[in-house]
Ligand binder design. Structure first.
Ligand SMILES: *Cc1c(COP(=O)(O)O)cnc(C)c1O
Length: 389
């Protein structure tokens, strides 16, 4: 099997897994306990917090550990909004559901939410943001890199506008952290969401960076863990694994980034050359190093995924979450794509465990799969696929 769905989740790194095992076996103490079992677990968490913080150049005290990207986003949006009743949030129309759904809930609770449009490459215009800011605006939340089409937003510019207006800026950086260099201090980011399983760590663990001095409303109340912001006994093994994954990501960031990007570029070039009536979606340059997203006209993306699975390739149409809800991608809709373009889309996301041989095989298999589907496509005549192939 060739796994090309690394934006949905990644294989856990062997070193990460090994770092977790002691905390699933002998070192089972509660980090809040005073005895040595407790102290050991507590120490392990604080080491992980340092590793997580270091990856984005934050202080360990600025890291709130959560159950993943979804919880981090919810905590940021609700935690900030609840401090200022009836305030306004500005976000984008291409956010992950883990931003869009909590925003919908905030609208029900009488908050005002503005969804900025994007251009055909899936990028917002900072001028639009500037124009939308009002006295009511309390928080701006714009994702770093898009999970479907990979486009990277002009984060430094967005942060600058927010800082000038003294408005808090949150970014869902789940797809970007560990893949490209991110320095929250240099970029001027106030809050940032991370997820462990997108960077070769375990699932069900993540973090929210909250810049020192920013006060948020706690979402989960109880025993007062995580400085009272998120009560509940810590998932020590997962936290340790997440920390190790961040350390590995930081140590090998450039090397992995160039490796993955090289494979990605070979994939894109060969697919565009060898498969007619195919386009690359998302921004050609400002995009995540691991993301390739195509439209194959006349093909149904879901049929293609099933066929690829039969041929031994794991791919995706876009976000895993939209498969559950069976709705057309809101991201591609926001980019102005036609129904046909959306239907024919396929996302291939590369990881550090892929190699060039797999990429070459993928091009061959994809060429065959697209050809087969086009031969039975209702649009066969319209695009004259037969003569083209
Ligand atoms: C995966 C993902 C999330 C959700 O993270 P989980 O840890 O799975 O909850 C949020 N935002 C983006 C952009 C993602 O890709």
């Amino acid at each position: 099997m060739i796994y090309l769905d690394n934006a949905a989740s990644t294989q856990i790194h062997e070193t990460v897994l090994n770092s977790m095992l002691p905390y699933l076996k002998d070192q089972y103490g509660n980090p809040s306990s005073i005895h040595r079992y407790g102290r050991l677990a507590h120490k392990a968490i604080e080491k992980a917090r340092k590793q997580i913080a270091s990856l984005i150049n934050a202080e360990p005290s600025e890291i709130l550990i959560t159950s993943g990207g979804t919880e981090s986003n919810n905590t940021a949006l609700r935690g900030i909004s609840m401090k200022t009743p009836l305030s306004q949030i500005i976000t984008s129309s291409i956010e992950h559901d883990a931003i869009l759904e909590p925003c919908k809930k905030l609208i029900q609770d009488n908050f005002d939410v503005v969804f900025l449009p994007v251009n055909q490459f899936g990028i917002i215009d900072p001028l639009d943001l500037q124009n939308c800011i009002s006295e009511k605006t309390n928080l701006v939340s714009i994702m770093f890199g898009n999970n479907e089409i990979g486009s990277i937003q002009p984060i430094a510019e967005i942060a600058k506008i927010c800082n000038e207006h003294k408005i808090l800026f949150h970014t869902d950086a789940v797809q970007a952290v560990g893949k490209i260099p991110i320095n929250v201090k240099e970029l001027g980011i106030d809050l940032l969401s991370i997820s462990s399983h997108k960077l070769y760590g375990p699932k069900g663990i993540g973090a929210l960076y909250i810049k020192k001095g920013i006060d948020i409303d706690p979402v989960i109340l109880g025993g007062g863990q995580e400085h009272g912001l998120r009560s509940g006994t810590e998932n020590v093994a997962n936290i340790v694994g997440f920390g190790k994954a961040c350390e590995l990501a930081q140590n090998n960031l450039n090397e992995n980034m160039y490796y993955v990007k090289k494979l990605r570029d070979i994939l894109i070039e060969n697919i565009l050359n060898e498969i007619p009536k195919t386009t690359l979606n998302g921004h050609p340059k400002s995009r995540l190093p691991n993301n390739a997203h195509f439209t194959f006209l006349g093909v149904n993306g879901e049929d293609l995924i099933i066929k690829l699975d039969e041929y031994g390739i794991a791919a995706s149409t876009g976000s895993a979450c939209s498969v559950n809800t069976q709705k057309a991608s809101h991201v591609l809709q926001a980019m102005g794509f036609s129904h046909e373009q959306i239907t024919g889309s396929l996302r291939l996301t590369i990881g550090m465990f892929n190699d060039v041989k797999e990429i070459e095989q993928t091009v061959e298999i994809l060429k065959k799969a697209v050809q087969e589907l086009r031969l039975v496509s209702p649009f066969k005549e319209k695009y004259s696929f037969v003569s083209n192939n």
